[in-house]
Design a protein around this ligand. Sequence first.
Ligand code: A3P
Length: 298
Amino acid sequence: MEDLTLPKFLKVKDKASGKEMYCPININQRKFKSALKYKAEDTDVFVCSYPKTGTTWLMNIVWLILHDGTEVPGPYRESIPMLEFDGSEAPESIRNREFPCIIKTHFPYKFVQINPKAKYLYITRNPKDAFVSFYFHIRGCGKKYGTENPDINKLYDQYMKGEVQFDCYFDHLNEWYSHRNDSNVLFLLYEDMKQDPRNGILKVAKFLGEKYEELLMKENGKLMEKVLELSSFEHMKSRTIWEYPKRPANEPFIRKGVIGDWKNHLSAEQADGLDRALMEHGKESGISKLWDKYAEFL
Ligand code: A3P
């Protein structure tokens, strides 16, 4: 009998490049494969991440800075395409020479055709909160993952094996982390953004270009205040444009937005398992130390 609590993912393989990855079961494979070939324009700005690590938040901040505080119209994917789901033609269809094109992607680094002149912002979040957020994401997206009632224990096993969409959290992080010092990459922590959003926004503006830093800080930081307000958790939660349209009202996409919610949902063994996996995957690369300063929450 079919297990109605087991989230399902589909392994998609692109024969031409040999690249393969777990995806949601309703993925448009043609678009996915075309995305692998997307050649970025020099002015493109990519918001990159593993799922549930603060992508939407960062994307909103980038948009607000580049558009002088004017909000993203909804639904957001008509303005900020998601490369792997919307395909390579999506950025072309919205390209506006007045503003750089913002592209969201959860692709691992090796799946992205890097243009040295384009900009790539990568955000990450401690794996325990990222996993819990992912569990609630699946609850909210119901049939897209073949279950409306996922079992957190089964999902945990899949997550640890990397048998979930976008594969293994730790490999994804390791790969992007190894490029953190590239001049076209800005590497950010969700927890740093939470602790000091003002500084996070400033870092993003600086990375986008001197012009944006100046705009942000002119007239006593008027734009900075606006970006802070319009990217706050409360404000973002009040807008429905980020939601998967069929999401039940009690499973909001902008859900809790805190550091340490894992304590309410993971067993001690699960928390320990994620900590150990971070240690093991981070021994050489150093990702195991990324959250040392947040030990009180994690
Ligand atoms: P939680 O489920 O822990 O609340 P992504 O955009 O990568 O899918 O990440 C979603 C997570 O980011 C969710 O975490 C969501 O609530 C959180 N988030 C979204 N906007 C935020 C904001 N303005 N401030 C803090 N967290 C935010």
